[in-house]
Write a protein that binds this ligand. Structure first.
Ligand code: DHB
Ligand code: MG
Length: 225
């Protein structure tokens, strides 16, 4: 066993602020996207700054040209991803709420990446089949209703290229994923997604816990066969 952690929420938040100040910094377009999302009364569940930059760096590291995002919200992660792409690259991002998509579109345009982003408005399960036949995606970011994670993972396989990177947000949920007493539909969806990543030979996966501006959560990462 490792030593007990000298961990408090205050200490973790101080570290997060330090890391953001040191390595991520401030950005007017991203700050405006978050501000407009808040002003529109949308939930403040976009990825943390460190998480947004992680998505950006992963997309760059794999040389992604085509990205699929499921769950646009206010476009914060979309902007991070779009900025990672070379000329001619694209993010296709799916948002179920038309009002959210409108806020996101304005923020994406203001960030100067409007030409790289296509927002598709509709439920993932309805929009994803319409993407069949498009050139395959290099990276898929799943960050929508957790109940549908296995559906989204299945589409990630169908629409991703061999070797594509698949990232699933919110797989820890303040530890609830490992709490046997939690029988919520959201956590059941998260667990089903993780079991699929384990059992389905089309994936090779791991997951990391995160402690950041959004609290205690985590991401799963998989590479497609
Ligand atoms: C929720 C969804 C998210 O994608 C997230 O990052 C945090 C919370 C939610 O539905 O509660
Ligand atoms: Mg999320």
């Amino acid at each position: 066993m490792s030593e007990p952690l000298p961990l408090s929420a205050d200490a973790a938040h101080a570290v997060d602020r330090y890391l953001v100040a040191t390595l991520v910094g401030e950005d007017p377009a991203l700050a405006a996207a978050v501000a407009d999302q808040r002003a529109a009364g949308m939930p403040d569940i976009e990825v943390a700054p460190t998480g947004g930059k992680l998505l950006h760096l992963l997309a760059r590291a794999i040389g992604a040209r085509r990205v699929l995002e499921i769950g646009t919200l206010g476009g914060y992660s979309t902007i991070w991803l779009a900025r990672a792409l070379p000329d001619g690259g694209s993010v296709t991002t799916i948002e179920a709420e038309p009002a959210h998509a409108a806020v996101a579109q304005a923020s994406i345009d203001r960030a100067g990446v409007g030409e790289k982003v296509e927002i598709r408005v509709g439920r993932g399960a309805d929009v994803l089949p319409t993407l069949e036949g498009a050139p395959p995606f290099d990276l898929v970011f799943i960050d929508a209703d957790k109940e549908s994670n296995t559906i989204y993972l299945d589409w990630a396989v169908r629409l991703g290229r061999p070797g594509a990177l698949v990232i699933v947000d919110n797989v820890v949920r303040s530890g609830r994923v490992a709490d046997p007493a939690d029988d919520s539909a959201q956590v059941a969806g998260v667990r089903a997604g993780l079991a699929m990543l384990r059992d389905d030979p089309r994936f090779d996966a791991t997951a990391l816990q995160t402690l950041d501006a959004k609290g205690w959560d985590g991401i799963a990462l998989a590479v497609l066969a």
